[in-house]
Design a protein. Structure first.
Ligand code: HEM
Length: 247
């Protein structure tokens, strides 16, 4: 998540830095789905399922004990549930879950999923976000839940595993984890602002020029499936030259 939010915050620094980062990720080629499933999807599923089991066996006591630690216990569980739902929805929205043609064509794309096209990274991300004011609100909520869950979880993990034991050490670690959480949340907000303020047309032109140059010099293999306008998503250019996606 740290690397992911930092990468996405590049959208605030221009079309080229973000597109270059996405090219680098996709240069992994056929290894990429293995990494996605082995190191991202399956571990998140494992953590999510185990988390739900843990939540079902615990009891919140903030009604009787209003200490900050009791609140954090309840918030850790609530943020975990929000984060799990957000990640499911978010990965469907942009990635589509499974990159196999029938699934993408008949399920994901008609339902508004799989909207991110890696070789038109910034512009397709911006199209997916700018379609409604609800999207950035849902993303800010989701990012807040994920970041809180991560930062508070890191602190409690240190206690469970005996890394910070004394009250002084716990308080120092608490400050460090809070700082990390706030910093990461700001980075996430930066990513959302970067995407929301992207000019889709301008970004599309820069990305298409980069694609042409990279496929010519051989540093990127041509792959129309990773470009916008592929599949059931049709693009319409209106009289002012604005690009609009139609599903
Ligand atoms: C700041 C807002 C965010 C933006 C703009 C964003 C953007 C993206 C994009 C563009 C993809 C698709 C990558 C692809 O298909 O190649 C993606 C996938 C994903 N995102 Fe996010 N993301 C954000 C926040 C988060 C957060 C908070 C999490 C929590 C862990 C998260 C977890 C994931 C996961 C698990 C995937 C699938 C991994 C993959 O495709 O390799 N994202 N995100």
């Amino acid at each position: 998540m740290c690397v992911h939010l930092l990468t996405n915050s590049l959208t605030g620094w221009g079309v080229e830095p973000f597109q270059n980062a996405v090219y680098q990720i996709h240069s992994l080629g056929p290894v990429l789905p293995l990494i996605e499933w082995g190191f991202i999807f399956l571990p998140i599923l494992f953590h999510g399922i185990l988390g739900v089991v843990i939540i079902r066996s615990g009891r919140s006591n903030v009604k009787h004990y209003g200490y900050s630690a009791n609140w954090r216990y309840a918030m850790q569980r609530a943020s975990g549930m929000v984060a799990l739902i957000f990640i499911f929805a978010h990965v469907f929205h942009l990635h589509g879950w499974f990159h196999v043609e029938p699934w993408l064509k008949y399920v994901a794309e008609p339902l508004g999923g799989a909207q991110f096209k890696p070789y038109n990274a910034n512009s397709t991300l911006a199209q997916a976000f700018q379609v409604s004011w609800l999207i950035p609100i849902l993303y800010v909520t989701g990012v807040a839940a994920c970041v809180f869950h991560f930062a508070n979880g890191l602190w409690t993990m240190g206690i469970t595993w005996g890394v910070w034991i004394s009250p002084k050490a716990q308080s120092r670690a608490g400050a460090l984890c809070s700082g990390l959480g706030v910093g990461l949340f700001v980075v996430g907000l930066g990513a959302i602002v970067g995407v929301e303020t992207t000019d889709v047309n301008e970004a599309r032109q820069v990305e298409n020029r980069m694609y042409e140059e990279r496929t010519k010099d051989g540093s990127v293999l041509p792959n129309p499936e990773k470009l916008s306008g592929h599949g059931s998503t049709k693009e319409v250019v209106d009289a002012e030259g604005a690009i609009e996606a139609r599903y």
